[in-house]
Design a protein around this ligand. Sequence first.
Ligand SMILES: [Mg+2]
Length: 350
Amino acid sequence: MTQQQQEQQSFGIVFDIDGVLIRDGVPIPNATKALGLLVDQDTQQPKYPYIFVTNGGGFSEADKAKKVSKVLNHHIEEDHCMVAHTPMKTLVDKYRDNDVLLVSKSHKTSEHLAQVYGFKHFTSLQQYVEERPFLYPTKYSTFWTKGVASEYDIKKSKDDQLPFKAIILLEEPLDWGECIQIIVDIAQSKDGLLEKNFINKADTQMIDVHIANPDISYGGEFVLPRFTMGALTECIKTLYKIQTGRDLIHTFYGKPYKLTYEYAKELLSNQLKKLNHQSPPKHIYAIGDNPYSDIKGANNLKSEGWVSILVKTGCWKSEFNHPEIPADHYVNDVLEAVELILRLENKNSS
Ligand SMILES: [Mg+2]
């Protein structure tokens, strides 16, 4: 086969994880077999480029790759795995000289991800409130618990803090009330340097807001869906509008947003280079179970070679393709999806 023919046939695969390969921490039948078709049986090295993209977050790509590798008994490299906040790595340079507020479940998680990604100056949500407890009396007021006037233990003044330039939501925090209050406070200031009797109020929004994972809800153990980051964002937007009269300007990461698909394409192109293909993949197959994220995002980029494949093993189980967001292909499971791709690309799957 000539180099030109090889280039023409270059393709990549993007797997969603939950509902496609794993459900409740257990492999979906045929998942490991499907991945086995993509590696060399002797060396176990990938024959074709593929990556894993989840809208989950709060963990590093290395941690996620390790966990998924273990469940599926299939080795996954760290740079073959994307979580919702992976494309936020590109923000490190932008905010090199400023402080950023990082929001996640704990100070420890934010600190870990800041180190992994390389954020030089950062403050976690939990740290920020602890240093300025007057901002969230619901938690820190002694009047409610002890019946005495609060004497807040203030640990930080605006003079020993770098100005904020951005708020970055990495994952849903445990205390939504605290998170909403602080984000609305900081987003209406010029610099996030808040003191008990002081806020440098802005006339227009001067603090950038970046949010990983736009999903309103996810399927939990309970029969009704559970709210997550997208729902929290709706609360923040509503209260920011009430306070300022303005719409909150924000950037979403994760599926179905373009930034995530562009980053995924870059990772696949890097793998292709290792396999001696110099140009980016001509076709990228996105296998997912969620029409509103996995399929919608790929359908939006059809003109750039993306092809969507919906499986029946996750949140969409109907006999028929989704009526409003139809995938290019609708198959039973991930094994059928991979076999279909190899057929479409004229590769022998045996
Ligand atoms: Mg899924």
